[in-house]
Design a protein. Structure first.
Length: 170
């Protein structure tokens, strides 16, 4: 739940948002960086309302239907900063779901294993190309932090590509 709070509060740091805006931004972030996904945004928002981290107001724009807009509170802003700083110090071993399959790879016939490793390699290279294209579309002055995150993801991806290349040559 703390990562959800960090995500919601961080999005609200940029200004008040209604539920659909939050859901759309969360989807963009998840699609870009593969971070936490949430089925419902309203359960975490209700909890943050209860904890007085956010407020809720009914708003209306023009002839559009009335919507609930969420805004971070001073208490929420303080909690957000604590969560960001705490998360920076949270160190854990990287987890790749493929490692479990690799553990049992010796049970798969060599030709089939090689075939699937080559397919994985092509998928990783396609992902790497997409990440480079995404980075090329970012403008340096407005998104330098995004460029750094993309670089970090690219380095991890490059390491996995080298690892799979080595495995597929065995």
């Amino acid at each position: 739940m703390k990562e959800q709070e960090l995500l919601f509060l961080g999005l609200l740091e940029d200004g008040p948002k209604h539920g659909y805006q939050l859901k759309k931004l969360m989807r963009e972030i998840s699609d870009t960086f593969g971070v936490l996904k949430t089925d419902s945004i309203y359960y975490p928002l209700r909890k943050m309302l209860k904890d007085k981290l956010v407020t809720q107001a009914k708003t209306r724009e023009g002839r559009r239907p009335q919507r609930l807009t969420y805004k971070i509170t001073p208490k929420g802003r303080e909690e957000f900063r604590k969560l960001v700083l705490s998360n920076l110090l949270k160190v854990q071993r990287p987890y790749f779901s493929v490692d479990l399959s690799l553990y049992f790879l010796n049970h798969i016939p060599k030709d089939l294993r090689q075939h699937y490793l080559k397919i994985r390699l092509k998928l990783l290279e396609r992902l790497s190309k997409g990440l480079r294209q995404f980075k090329a579309g970012l403008t340096e002055n407005k998104t330098s932090h995004l460029i750094d995150i993309v670089d970090h993801n690219q380095q991890l991806l490059d390491a996995e590509i080298k690892f799979i290349e080595r495995l597929s040559s065995i």
